[in-house]
Design a protein around this ligand. Sequence first.
Ligand SMILES: Cc1ncc(C[n+]2csc(CCOP(=O)(O)OP(=O)(O)O)c2C)c(N)n1
Ligand SMILES: [Mg+2]
Length: 246
Amino acid sequence: MIGNRIKACRFPVDFSMIKEESYMAELSLLLEFYENMYKSRRFDERLWEAYTTGKPLGMTHLGIGEEAAGTGTMKVFRPADIVCPHHRSHAHQLMRGCDLKKLLSETLLKSTGVCQGKAGEAHFMDVSKNLYVLGGTLGPCFTVPVGFAYHFKHEGEGNIAVAYSGDGCTCEGPFYEGINMAAAFKLPLLMIIQNNFFAISEDFRKMTGLQSLSTRAAGFRGVRLRHREGGRQRRGGGIQCHQSGC
Ligand SMILES: Cc1ncc(C[n+]2csc(CCOP(=O)(O)OP(=O)(O)O)c2C)c(N)n1
Ligand SMILES: [Mg+2]
């Protein structure tokens, strides 16, 4: 499992304990993660540069500082799973294999973009990768994946739907509607909340009085709050709410 492989890579590494083959496997995984995070960071920095120098640019959100959450989690999903990243998701998109040039073209609203420049960054979707960014209107980023999960439950092939969001978005009504339906129908849904503790300028702890976000889902029957990979969803169905600190 990827989680165990990553755990085994804690630094400083005691090289005498590691067999050569497993060391190479860990190293290549780490390099893959690093490359993706680096590309995503550079991509965002270039967008920022373009924005601040007045270049024509569609709406854009940067994921600087949050690259690891998207990079690590995206690694574990199957191509057939449907993933719905939120508005800060260039790292997610690159890790899923989306084309960097087409992503840039879409952000610049060019006809060479993956949605011919009609979607822009906030509605970016790459159907060939089963990736749908739900970043324009906050809230449906929970309810739309519930629909995908409903489909997967009836399809019965063990695929899952994945909903990403920020912490502020859990204050929106659709978060509770989505989680309620997914819990009631035991749908194969994984919710990943990237908690950077701010929604624009408001501190999450002040806004909610909470320290941890995943507890918000505790009132719904059958929702698991533990940090884990997507494996359990495939076997038994049922929703998981996973908070990742940024
Ligand atoms: C329904 C709706 N309300 C408001 C907005 C404007 N908006 C865009 S990003 C954002 C903050 C989101 O905060 P959070 O979910 O914590 O994500 P973060 O930006 O911190 O990653 C808001 C309010 C929106 N896009 N949709
Ligand atoms: Mg936030």
